[in-house]
Ligand binder design. Structure first.
Ligand code: NDP
Length: 223
């Protein structure tokens, strides 16, 4: 393996923002290990892309994926936790099924995948979370309670993790990717997935102060 090539692991690489960021990272010369629940990428292959199966709500799937990633690349430069669901977007009252479904992926799944990945992230590497400004207390609104709370939880996890990995020089950044035209974001969103991926990559390159929230819409930190 060429040690000059940076390696990224990206969850949910098969659609939406994850797919566009996969294209962007490959175009920037990264080797990408992308995950999808099926273990396939629809209609896309690249010599520097490996695709593995991962369902972050399934402990056995997480263990298998982490083992596979360790075999493919024992030293990861960039981990992008992109996989997420928006089960109650637009609804008002917290429903049991939406809370459980949303937290299982966006919170428990994201954290339980990130933890065993930590030894694989190289010292000085980067960890990104696809968060949302909907999860900031300063942007609170009545709609989408499970989704908002799940992203708030990830913002807190990112801040905690930043402290834990600081001595290894790893930076941790929750990012708002803009409102983006995807299965989740819908057709009337202002950002294309390509624009969002460009913005996310600018944020990765900017390497913001670890633990702080980065907003792609304005290319800066957001309190
Ligand atoms: P999409 O619905 O297009 O993509 C979501 C991705 O998450 C899919 O690749 C999906 O995989 C994956 N995924 C869902 N559940 C699981 C699971 N249990 N295990 C593994 N992977 C899973 O949404 P977006 O591209 O819009 O969203 C990507 C991220 O960006 C999310 O975290 C979202 O919250 C965040 N975000 C999006 C915004 C927007 O406007 N679109 C705004 C703010 C944040 P599969 O292909 O297998 O279904």
């Amino acid at each position: 393996m060429n040690t000059q090539i940076k390696t990224a692991v990206l969850t949910g690489a098969n659609s939406g923002i994850g797919l566009a960021l996969t294209h962007k990272l490959l175009a920037e010369g990264y080797r990408v290990i992308g995950t999808s629940r099926s273990g396939q990428m629809a209609d896309f292959s690249h010599p520097n892309l490996s695709v593995i199966s991962l369902d972050v709500t399934d402990d056995a799937s997480i263990a298998q994926a982490v083992a596979q990633i360790g075999q493919l690349a024992p030293s990861i430069d960039l981990l992008v936790n992109n996989a997420g669901v928006g089960s109650d977007l637009g609804t008002i009252t917290p429903e049991r099924s939406a809370l459980r479904d949303t937290f299982a992926t966006n919170v428990d799944g994201t954290i339980l995948f990130t933890e065993p990945m930590l030894p694989l992230v190289r010292d000085g590497g980067q960890i990104i979370f696809l968060s949302s400004k909907m999860g900031l207390v300063s942007h609170a609104a009545a709609d989408s309670p499970a989704y908002r709370i799940s992203k708030a939880a990830i913002n807190m996890y990112a801040a905690i993790l930043a402290e834990r990995v600081a001595e290894r020089g790893i930076s941790v950044t929750p990012m708002h990717p803009g409102w983006v035209q995807t299965r989740m974001g819908g057709d009337s969103a202002p950002f294309t997935t390509e624009q969002s991926a460009e913005g996310l990559f600018r944020g990765i390159q900017a390497r913001p102060e670890s633990g702080k929230f980065w907003n792609v819409e304005v290319d800066s930190l957001l309190a």
